[in-house]
Design a protein around this ligand. Structure first.
Ligand code: NAP
Ligand code: SF4
Length: 676
């Protein structure tokens, strides 16, 4: 029996049973609108069903044209659409899985001029102002929800999830922030709830009793004029009679300026609100947000904080999460690190969703395991993200792999990332890589710096150089001064740093280094301390006001820090689409001084001499930290390639240092392994 006993306890819904307590939460993948998207989605969901998840919820599908996320987004309304969805439901059912279709009407979040909402308002995250729905349109939309559910039933789905949170249409009807109507759908809370309840009743009436209806209830809106706690409870209490089978937790409108799922959010940080709602109602409650390990799931269930746990991104990172947990192989789980870099950031850039730690996610059909053409002796040099992913994948495909690393540990740049407050999840990726090297029987040679002669005399068939990067040293007068340190010396070698510092370069590493230096090294970081996280971002767990916000109380930086760049654009402009604002806000709240458009004139005992828009200036800092990008380390590769005829490849930062990040490095490693 698995040690995660409660996790694998079935849940009886009367007319059907869920085989365990874990739901794969809804997530748009971009496959919905892609060429051959249904085949690809079927493979994607099939893999998760195979991995043992109790219930899957699809990405949001619109019930009508106005409700689409953008004009070409997916909608389910017509009988001719049913057959394609059967591909998905059949694939899931083949593995004893269950799947619900999420019905999502975006309301004023529609990225289209056809957007409609409770009232005519514009969201701060969309360029389009929504038109207020007429009463006829409201009635038609309720019908469209029910019709969509019926089509889902015909397509073989086990149920639907009605999206009532995250600031979408139903949420827009519920809150005074967006509902200014004077008719029976606006004004009192009873009136503002009417649309949600009529939608649920209409859906239940159309699909009959034996069909799952999940309602995603916005428990914390995290915006001004959101719902109050009594309002949340009032609606929650009406859900059962309206026909709901399961209540899911929704946290934060998309326009909320509070991180709710990013990596610096402590694990299970919002489960307290699911627990509070659970105490008030008699329906199974699902909790969600930043839950990514079997231990956290089991803990929540054992403490009776929720009946079910929903995770979306962790199933991108590892489709077999639950199977591994069940077999007590949690150390082999590829953990979602909450970075958003390949999932949400891709979606917001209209790219197919994937996963930084698992580039095969949403690309399953491209990576379906081919039979090994010829077993090769593969030599991988460098145990950073690209070398590691390549070595593990190549070994998994049947090659005989040896991995050389000159330092005493694997991980490369990950060992730097894991030091940053709020990025502790990178420890998990290193743990995963370590376990997988062992699992796949890769021969690891740590503390081993190979040279040209060694490689030339070796018996390998293939040589893969993932030799990484070194910090770029900019040409500035006085760059050799003792005040100057590289980011590697600070983050990795932990060289002492004074109380006043200037950072040259404000890319991802500059931001990370600023965050690191701003924190008191003797204190636990926010991401491990829920109270500090709530205070820093103004989340009121007492729920004193509608929306559950309170004034922020951010700690001030431990050091005086200047973050410098030559560009005149906004600092951090090129950080992740969905997380860049969090990093910017965090540094701003900490009091980091961001200077742009600077010219570096020199470094001496006085500090860093700059030319800024205000003229010449000297920052009398104790240290100057170089975060000015990186250069490839590829000399060994060049020398070997020019002297040996065997197959030789260069990957990751060693191939192209510019904009190298873990996402590209891991993807290159996996792809190369498949091409050998
Ligand atoms: P980067 O994003 O290219 O930033 C390099 C910084 O150095 C820029 O601010 C640039 O600004 C400055 N710079 C470049 N050449 C310079 C020179 N010769 N003299 C002085 N300044 C110079 O590189 P990075 O910060 O090393 O990050 C590497 C990769 O990792 C990036 O792809 C990044 O996105 C990724 N990463 C992301 C995150 C995150 O999303 N949180 C965290 C870490 C790393 P100016 O040219 O304007 O001065
Ligand atoms: Fe998780 Fe990052 Fe993968 Fe998204 S890209 S699923 S956040 S690890």
């Amino acid at each position: 029996m698995s040690k995660y006993q409660k996790t694998f306890e079935p849940l009886d819904l009367g007319f059907t049973q869920l085989k365990n307590r874990v739901i794969m939460g809804s997530m748009h993948t971009g496959l919905e609108e892609a060429k051959n998207g249904f085949q690809k989605m079927a493979r994607f969901y099939e893999e998760r069903a195979k991995g043992g998840v109790g219930l899957i919820v699809t990405g949001g599908i619109a019930p009508n044209f106005q409700g689409r996320t953008f004009p070409l987004a997916m909608q389910l309304s017509f009988p001719w659409q049913v057959k394609k969805h059967k591909l998905i439901t059949d694939a899931v059912h083949k593995h004893d899985g269950k799947i619900c279709l999420q019905i999502l009407h975006t309301g004023r979040y529609a990225y289209s001029p056809f957007a409609v909402s409770a009232s005519s308002t514009k969201s701060p995250i969309s360029p389009f102002k929504a038109r207020a729905m007429t009463k006829l349109e409201i009635r038609k939309t309720i019908f469209d929800f029910a019709n969509c559910a019926k089509m889902a039933q015909k397509a073989g789905y086990d149920g639907v999830e009605i999206m009532g949170s995250e600031g979408y249409l139903i949420n827009q009807f519920l809150c005074k922030r967006t509902n200014h109507r004077k008719d029976e759908y606006g004004g009192s809370y009873e009136n503002r709830m009417r649309f949600a309840l009529e939608v649920i009743r209409a859906v239940r009436k159309k699909v009959g009793e034996n069909f799952i209806i999940i309602y995603r209830l916005s428990m914390l809106d995290l915006v001004d004029q959101g719902s109050s706690f009594p309002e949340v409870i009032e609606l929650a209490k009406k859900l059962k009679d309206a026909g709901v089978s399961i209540v899911n937790t929704g946290i934060g409108w998309h326009e909320a300026r509070v991180p709710t799922i990013a990596t610096m959010v402590p694990r299970a940080a919002f489960t307290w609100i699911s627990e509070r709602v659970k105490k008030e109602i008699d329906l199974p409650i699902v909790t969600t947000n930043r839950i990514n390990t079997p231990e956290v799931i089991e803990d929540i269930l054992q403490n009776n904080q929720a009946d079910l746990v929903s995770m979306a991104r962790p199933f991108l990172a590892d489709p077999h999460f639950l199977l591994k947990a069940q077999k007590d192989q949690a150390h082999l789980i590829n953990t979602c690190i909450g970075c958003n870099q390949a999932c949400l950031d891709h979606i917001f850039k209209n790219k197919i969703c994937s996963c930084l730690v698992n580039p095969k996610a949403c690309h399953e059909t491209e990576f379906d395991k081919k039979s090994l053409r010829e077993k090769k002796k593969v030599c991988v040099i460098g145990a950073g993200p690209s070398g590691l992913s390549c070595a593990i994948e190549a070994a998994n495909l049947g090659h005989d792999v040896t991995l050389y690393e000159k330092s005493n540990e694997i991980g490369g740049q990950f060992n730097i990332a894991k030091e940053i407050p709020g990025k502790e999840e990178f420890h998990e990726t290193i743990r995963y890589f370590k376990s997988m090297l062992e699992q796949e029987k890769v021969k690891i040679k740590l503390n081993t710096e190979v040279d040209l002669t060694y490689l030339q005399n070796s018996q390998y068939d293939v040589f893969i150089f993932g030799t990484g990067v070194i910090p770029r040293i900019p040409k500035i007068n006085g760059i050799d001064h003792k005040k100057v340190l590289t980011y590697q010396e600070v983050l990795f070698q932990k060289k002492p740093v004074g109380k006043k510092v200037a950072l040259i370069g404000a890319g991802g590493i500059g931001f990370d280094t600023a965050e690191f230096l701003a924190h008191d090294p003797n204190k636990q970081s926010d991401s491990l301390n829920k109270e500090e996280f709530f205070n820093t971002w103004g989340i009121d767990t007492e729920y004193q006001k509608p929306g559950a916000l309170k004034p922020k109380s951010s700690p001030k930086a431990f050091r005086e820090i200047y973050l410098l760049q030559r560009k005149t654009t906004k600092h951090g402009k090129y950080l992740g689409k969905t997380t860049g604002w969090i990093h910017r806000q965090s540094l701003k709240d900490l009091g980091i001084k961001m200077l742009g458009g600077v010219e570096y004139q020199g470094i001496d005992d006085q500090g860093l001499h700059l030319k800024t828009e205000h003229g010449n200036e000297t920052l009398d800092v104790d240290n100057i930290i170089l975060c000015a990008g990186q250069l490839s380390v590829n000399q060994l590769y060049e020398d070997f390639k020019n002297s040996d005829q065997r197959d030789t490849y260069l990957i990751g930062g060693a191939k192209l240092a510019e904009e190298i990040d873990a996402k590209r490095a891991i993807k290159e490693g996996v792809e190369l392994a498949h091409s050998l």
